[in-house]
Design a protein around this ligand. Structure first.
Ligand code: MN
Length: 130
């Protein structure tokens, strides 16, 4: 299982990396939407954890581009964001996003969501919103 972590904030990226280190996953990291797309195409990631507020190409647009590309469209994209508003959640899902993890990060929630994908339980622990 290869998880692509997309987060421009170093504190949050370190925290997510430390949480994912508790699981048997390989971690790749991107700090921008453009880098996320490049890495997703090159690395065959199995899951993408996507911050929505990114410099330049934001997480919404990066998700839309990933989902519209046959090479990456199958990769689940879970937003990791403080955007707790219904409108932002809908906007992410309409961009093709698969689920949602709220900031501030809850260790157990992150583990549950990632384990769900590791075990093929897509959707469990997520807020699929559809
Ligand atoms: Mn950010």
């Amino acid at each position: 299982m290869r998880v692509l972590l997309v987060e421009d904030n170093e504190f949050n990226r370190t925290l997510l990396r430390d949480i994912l280190a508790l699981l048997e996953v390989e971690i790749l990291e991107a700090v921008s939407g453009v880098q996320a797309i490049e890495l997703a195409r090159a690395s065959r990631a199995d899951l993408i954890l996507m911050d929505l507020r990114l410099p330049g190409l934001d997480g919404f647009e990066a998700t839309r581009l990933l989902k519209s590309d046959p090479a990456t469209g199958h990769i689940p994209v879970v937003a990791v964001t403080s955007y707790a508003f219904e409108g932002e959640r809908r906007r992410f899902l309409s961009a093709g996003g698969d689920g949602y993890i709220a900031k501030p990060l809850d260790v157990d929630q992150v583990l549950e969501v990632v384990r769900g994908y590791m075990e093929g339980r897509e959707g469990r622990g997520l807020d699929p919103g559809r």
